[in-house]
Design a protein around this ligand. Sequence first.
Ligand code: FES
Length: 567
Amino acid sequence: MTEKPKHGLARGAANYGDPEFALYLRRSFAASMGYSRQALERPVIGIADTASDYNNCHRTVPELVGAVKRGVMLAGGLPLAFPTVSLCEPSLTPTSMHYRNLMALDTEAMLSAQPMDAAVLIGGCDKTVPAQLMAAVSADVPAVMLVTGPMLAQRFEGERLAACTDCRRYWARYRAGEVTPEKIGAIEEKLATSAGTCGVMGTASTMACLAAALGFMPLMAASAPAVHADRLRMAEEAGALAMRLLTHPVRPSQLVTEKSVENALRVLLSLGGSTNALVHLAAIAGRAGIPVDLKRLDALSEETPVLVDLKPTGEGYMEDFHAAGGMVALLRELRDLLHLDTIDLYGRTLAEQLDAGSAFVDRGIIHARATPVSPVGGLVALFGSLAPDGAILKRSAATPALFETEARCVVFDGLEDLSRRIDDPDLDVTAQDILVLKNVGPLTPAGMPEAGYLPIPKKLARAGVKDMVRMSDCRMSGTAFGTIVLHISPEAAAGGPLGLVETGDRVRLSVKHRSLDLLVEPAELARRRAAWQAPARPKRGWDQLMFDQVLQAPEGADLRFLRPEGA
Ligand code: FES
């Protein structure tokens, strides 16, 4: 006789060598929380609760958990919320990226170890959604993604402000002496005035859109503001959808496919989205054994226009994108470029999703293909002797006049060196130089921070310089802008050529030829390589595990042992 499939609390009993006793014990302990026998026999929906006093972007999570529970219970299930690691971008040292894989590991373990029939994952801030999707793919538990949603922009002295493009814009003006200390102080409390994630097309917003493109949530759920009632209704729907997955199962492994990953890349390009999303998408796809090929990204970039006019590439905010028709309107515009047979958690094809819903679109925010924000995609990959395994440039947020640059480098060896010398009045630097920051990749104690947006040296900023070519093996915030080459691979600490660059070397950047070359004689490079020293292994803990296992940016900076065998 075949055993009946187990559901709810009966799943995955603790191992005492007596499964019936294990279930008896589990029920009696659960009963101690006041649940009735009838409640404990219901299907269980686990809810990853990422509320944290350290995470402002998740301020609404308690309310969302309540709405998800309502949706689960209305559909006859038992919702059980559980805590996981929660990462807030500005709250962590050395950087939240250093802990994305820890959150993924924690979430995967809890999805796999605890009894649940499906899950709702509540994320929002930059690293949380990637971590949760990585976990969902590896655990392959049916999972609905629910994001906290973007903050609203705030009116201040006749303009609108929201984190964090405006933070950077005002800080650059303050450094240049154009904004007084009093005004920068006043703006500090006006940049993030409502609950929610950064209000521009930064990493959090980009990842929400990619999660929807992959099928982990309804398309319009990517952009509804955090404080709108719609967001709570979406949470209730997420609970109901998780229950639906019990009778109509769709697993993460069915959502993350070569076709859906390519759709996600198209979306990333058309949004003018965050460079970080490329690293995260590579990590999520990598969990499914699907590589993200930077050369393919480049090919897609040539035929995928930027259509969304949001900061930092354009002018609008996420609330404008939502009101303009959101992901439905954007994907309709891209329709002929997309694989329309990918599915979402309802089992609907992308074609079916695009045929449903309102036809409204605000062309001020979501442009038509005939009149794009930019005729080509927001990101390009660069290869060459300085980046044998690739580097990324967000051309939609860069200065076209700097796309073809050959210049002398001014090199900073890590973050301490950068902060010590960048504003030194005696620093030998001109606006024509290239600023290079090395030893800040995934392997380093710095943990691949968002430091790629190197500040313009104060003396140049005060002379009116707004942009320079900057390059590094780290990342930059999705809300930042400038002619900035990122994710140079292999990183300096892994023995990449970047580690050999010295002040005075010449480097050639060509966006046209997608190249990044170090113009130093091979004999000289061989001499420097012989003198190069590998970084010391951290002594213990998470830092040591990262050092031993972390992969390079093109592989998503994931941990090697968490990828499927052979990937
Ligand atoms: Fe959380 Fe920007 S700091 S989304």
